[in-house]
Design a protein around this ligand. Structure first.
Ligand SMILES: Cc1cc2nc3c(=O)[nH]c(=O)nc-3n(C[C@H](O)[C@H](O)[C@H](O)COP(=O)(O)OP(=O)(O)OC[C@H]3O[C@@H](n4cnc5c(N)ncnc54)[C@H](O)[C@@H]3O)c2cc1C
Length: 448
């Protein structure tokens, strides 16, 4: 079936059946939708994936680190042939002030052995590879087609209405993998509209740089990659992070901040990104790199507390549309893939039973909880965003820690004991004892 046929279906002139029917409709060709579509098609279900972008990946953005093991559950050994950037062997965390940085990191050759842990990727390439796999399995991908509405009959989802002329498509089960702004899911009443305190606005630049220069600057061998997550000054102490990842012949530099916090400052995300590029610890790493792409996107931050029901009569929700992102560990694509896969398995089951009710599709949530760390991890961090909002973890503490390091590492006429006392006094000047105690207790309660 071609795209043109889809547009024509339902018109009297074509003489074709006036109802375009599939076994499964997947909305959105991101990692969640493509995983769902691949698994359904492999099981022999007549599967259509509808994507509003020109091609899969063109509307998408991610830092991006792709985790191998979850991805391989849908596309085994994909790393042997997929268009990946670099195999990440070093992961760093930087705590920053305007002009200084405390660096922590872990580097290990084990990350590259056997099944490598993770790779840097560019979405436009990797999504198209996943799309090819879905098509090879038998799924039909229709690009440049927006789903405007979910069709229902007597409380059951029965299909979707696309923006194409006569573009209604029917299936007994619809998997909504529409990403961070889940308008269809909201229209079904399955989740609240996106609010500024549950989404981060992010911007990213891809900066072209010769592979040899990347390898020299980051201390890497050919094919090896490094990641840096940055906290504190890059987001001016607001709730968010910045990142710098090595690709094959480019760097991905970006940052994200909770929308509600951004709304309170006059600057734009672009301003903060330019500021980050001038930071003395970042500037030498990106020197001479040419901006090749600039993009902006949202990340869902609602987590466990805002997770929708995930299923209804004839419908399941996967990936970002269901808030399945663990921002603290920069994990989203893995949960998208695992939830897409699990929704697909549940759809296959429902077809075997011939029953698409919420009772049967409800096994999706149970299955996801039993087979993937997704729901347990989101639950573990369900208080994390609130904690970060109410404690100065990204403002007072980075500056204090940097000040303490500077005192202890500066050799002058003071004794080390004098310096320790000065650090304690300075800490108490910047944060009252009860404030620190509350930070520690609430931190323990929120993260452990
Ligand atoms: C800056 C940034 C950095 C990130 N870094 C990482 C990282 O390093 N590692 C990681 O694992 N995750 C990361 N993430 C998160 C990750 O990108 C997402 O969790 C993941 O892409 C979610 O996949 P998805 O398929 O649910 O949604 P998406 O990838 O957003 O795909 C949804 C698709 O649905 C389509 N669509 C939406 N509405 C409609 C409609 N009505 N009709 C038709 N099509 C529609 C969209 O065009 C899109 O292609 C990052 C995200 C951002 C923004």
């Amino acid at each position: 079936m071609t795209e043109t046929q889809v547009a024509e279906v339902g018109t009297a002139e074509t003489g074709m059946p006036d109802k375009l029917e599939f076994d499964v409709i997947v909305v959105g060709a991101g990692p969640a939708g493509l995983a769902a579509g691949t698994v359904c098609a492999r099981a022999g279900l007549d599967t259509i994936i509808i994507e509003r972008g020109r091609k899969p990946g063109t509307k998408n953005m991610m830092g991006g680190v792709l985790y191998t093991r979850p991805t391989a559950q849908v596309w085994p050994e994909f790393w042997k042939e997929a268009p990946l950037e670099r195999c990440v062997i070093e992961q760093n965390q930087w705590i920053m002030t305007e002009d200084s940085v405390i660096k922590m990191g872990y580097r290990s050759p084990h990350f590259a052995e056997g099944v490598p842990n993770c790779f840097t990727v560019l979405r436009v390439k990797i999504d198209q590879y996943f799309a090819e796999q879905a098509e090879a399995a038998g799924a039909l991908i229709i690009n440049e087609t927006k789903v405007d509405e979910v069709l229902q009959d007597d409380g059951h989802v029965v299909g979707v209405r696309t923006g194409r002329a006569d573009g209604d498509v029917y299936a007994p089960v619809v998997i909504l993998a529409e990403g961070v702004n889940p308008q269809l899911t909201c229209a079904l009443g399955m989740q609240e509209d996106l609010k500024p305190d549950v989404a981060a606005v992010t911007v990213k630049e891809v900066l072209r740089l010769d592979p040899e220069i990347i390898e020299e600057r980051f201390g890497l061998n050919e094919g090896e990659g490094a990641t840096i997550e940055m906290f504190g000054a890059p987001t001016r102490g607001m709730l968010g992070t910045a990142f710098l990842y090595t690709n094959q012949n480019s760097l991905s530099l970006g940052l994200g901040v909770l929308l509600s916090e951004f709304a309170e400052i006059p600057d734009t995300p672009h301003d903060l990104l330019q500021e980050l590029k001038r930071h003395p610890a970042v500037a030498p790493l990106i020197e001479g790199a040419e901006p090749a792409e600039y993009m902006a996107h949202l990340i869902p931050e609602g987590g466990y507390n805002k997770m929708p029901t995930l299923f209804g009569h004839g419908v399941m929700i996967a990936g970002d549309a269901a808030q399945l992102v663990n921002g603290l560990h920069r994990e989203g694509s893995n949960h998208a893939i695992l939830s897409g896969k699990t929704a697909a398995e549940t759809a296959i089951d429902a077809h075997e039973k011939g029953n698409f009710s919420a009772q049967v599709l409800g096994h999706y949530r149970q299955r996801l909880a039993e087979t993937a760390p997704t729901i347990a991890d989101l639950r573990k961090y369900r208080k994390a965003t609130k904690f970060m909002e109410h404690h100065p973890v990204l403002s007072v503490y980075p500056a204090l820690a940097a000040w303490a390091f500077e005192q202890m590492l500066t050799v002058d006429d003071k004794t080390k004991r004098q310096k320790q006392w000065e650090i304690i006094k300075e800490a108490l000047r910047r944060r009252k004892p009860w404030g620190m105690a509350w930070d520690a207790i609430d931190g323990g309660l929120s993260f452990i």
